[in-house]
Design a protein around this ligand. Structure first.
Ligand code: NG6
Ligand code: CA
Length: 491
């Protein structure tokens, strides 16, 4: 490894692109046929395409929590899908990937979807002034963020702890409890839903002709237009790189695509047979194109380590009537895997992941070795030569050689948390889902199998990618081994 790194210029720039709800089967380099992602495919062709990368959860907040802290989300309460007025879920005393890279002299930024809370306390943020805590307390020198998701208020960008384009004529109030007097909602004023209607939930405050989760008043000029979110995120990402191209930098770049409400820019509209969801995937690919072309133009791409992945598995109807289900046709957003977002089955956490770094990576490699997002912190720390204390990124292990396609050494197991907080373990061969409460299907709208069962489940992923044949009874030794790992982990 040392020789490898010596051959590359020391300290590459690092960009981690995290897509939202992009499934294993949503990219053409992973087999999608009804949508094409030429830019991501070209990175895969010249980088490492991982087929066995696991997010640590099948929803966003806990998945991102693990990615940034190297600590499993089940260890901390309050790591479930966060409201838009949640206080910061990672505490400033915790060490993040950004903290570690700062120690190595990196300029650091978080841009795009955040969904890890802002300010020190839930519901107490001053959206009209300076937030009292922000990612600047988590090692990020700069941030330009959506507080949560596009379907949650407040529908504004926050830059370095302040609402961007704050409009003094329209002071912002946010509540996740009750509406503000006289404010229309999707429920009371469906005639104002000019762009998209909810299919379930999402019937509260209306911004840009789309109703959301949560209540918001004001905003005025600061309110986003969904069609411009991707461009806005990418413009800020490129501006950050332009400012820091002379020094090593770390960019945590989170797209809003392909989360709901899917409302891509007009230039993609009508371009996909899969409708808005397909167009959101096209917009994602094009965002990556904008970034990579800029890096090439500036001669920066050879010494940039770019990791592209998704926070959790896919969902078609996630609460808006965007026709994702009928227009999907035979598209399999989860690829060969069963389940989807929220689920304990594989498609919940088996995510696409491409590692691109022209100077150091094994080109065009397909990496089938078991990997987990949890290792990002230790892997990047090792790459830049920073050592971690025992309490820092406690669950994270250096997997650099594997991620660069130089080794086939798998993790012993990958842990992931479903939306009911139950855990599952994947090994290179098997999948263990302990008994958990909850019915076989998501109850609130999305048509997704949960994978929950009162019985222990054990699947041989090598021969049963679809998790159909429970071997818990026929492979007692394997079951016992995985059960023990789980017990030790959660003790
Ligand atoms: C769910 C939302 C869904 C999505 C999800 C979080 C409803 C009915 N559904 O509660 O639309 O926002 O939370 O997605 O409100 S995530 O990718 O950010 O985890
Ligand atoms: Ca997500």
């Amino acid at each position: 490894m040392t020789a490898l790194l010596a051959s590359a210029q020391q300290r590459p720039n690092i960009i981690v692109i995290v897509a939202d709800d992009l499934g294993y089967g949503d990219l053409s380099c992973y087999g999608a046929q009804r949508v094409s992602t030429p830019t991501v495919d070209s990175l895969a062709a010249r980088g490492v395409r991982m087929t066995n990368m696991h997010a640590c959860a099948s929803t966003s907040t806990p998945s991102r929590y693990a990615l940034l802290t190297g600590c499993y989300p089940f260890r901390k309460s309050g790591t479930d899908v966060a409201a838009g007025n949640a206080g910061m879920i990672i505490t400033p005393t915790q060490t993040t990937v950004a903290d570690l890279l700062k120690r190595a002299g990196y300029a650091t930024a978080a841009i795009g979807k955040w969904h890890l809370g802002l300010g020190s306390a839930t519901g107490r943020q001053d959206w009209n002034g300076q937030l009292d805590q922000s990612p600047q307390d988590l090692g990020f020198d700069y941030h330009y963020l959506m507080a949560a998701t596009a379907d949650r208020v407040p529908c504004v960008y926050v830059e370095n702890g302040r609402v961007v384009n704050h409009d003094p004529a329209a002071p912002i109030s946010v509540s996740y409890r009750s509406n503000f007097e006289g404010e229309p909602t999707g429920k009371t004023h469906p005639q104002l839903l000019t762009k998209l209607k909810p299919s379930h939930g999402h019937d509260q405050s209306i911004v840009n002709g789309i109703s959301r989760i949560g209540y918001m008043k004001g905003g005025g000029k600061a309110l986003w237009r969904d069609e411009d979110i991707s461009d806005s995120i990418m413009a800020h990402a490129i501006r950050f790189i332009a400012r820091h191209k002379a020094e090593p930098y770390f960019l945590y770049l989170c797209t809003n695509d392909v989360h709901v409400p899917r409302m891509p820019h007009e230039r993609y509209r009508g371009k996909s047979v899969m409708g808005l969801r397909g167009e959101a995937i096209m917009q994602f690919d094009d965002a990556v194109r904008q970034l990579v072309s800029y890096l090439r133009q500036e001669g920066l791409d050879r010494n940039t380590l770019l990791i592209l992945t998704s926070d959790n598995g896919p969902v078609l109807d996630d609460g808006y009537a965007d026709e994702a289900i009928p227009l999907a046709g035979d598209h399999q957003p989860g690829g060969p895997w069963r389940g989807g977002k929220y689920s304990a089955f594989e498609a919940g956490s088996r995510v696409p992941c491409i590692v691109y770094w022209p100077e150091a990576v094994t080109k065009g490699k397909r990496q089938d070795t078991l990997c987990s997002h949890i290792d990002l912190a230790a892997t990047l720390a090792a790459l830049v030569g920073v050592s971690t204390e025992e309490n820092e990124a406690p669950d994270s292990r250096n997997s650099l050689a594997t991620w660069l396609g130089r080794s086939a050494k798998p993790r012993d197991y990958a842990v992931s948390m479903a939306s009911n907080r139950s855990l599952s373990l994947t090994t290179q061969r098997y999948k263990y889902i302990p008994p958990s409460k909850g019915g076989p299907l998501i109850t609130w709208g999305p048509r997704i199998e949960t994978g929950y069962s009162p019985e222990p489940q054990l699947y041989d992923l090598k021969h049963d990618a679809q998790e159909r044949h429970n071997m818990a009874g026929s492979k007692p030794h394997v079951l016992q081994r995985l059960r023990r790992i789980m017990e030790t982990l959660t003790r």
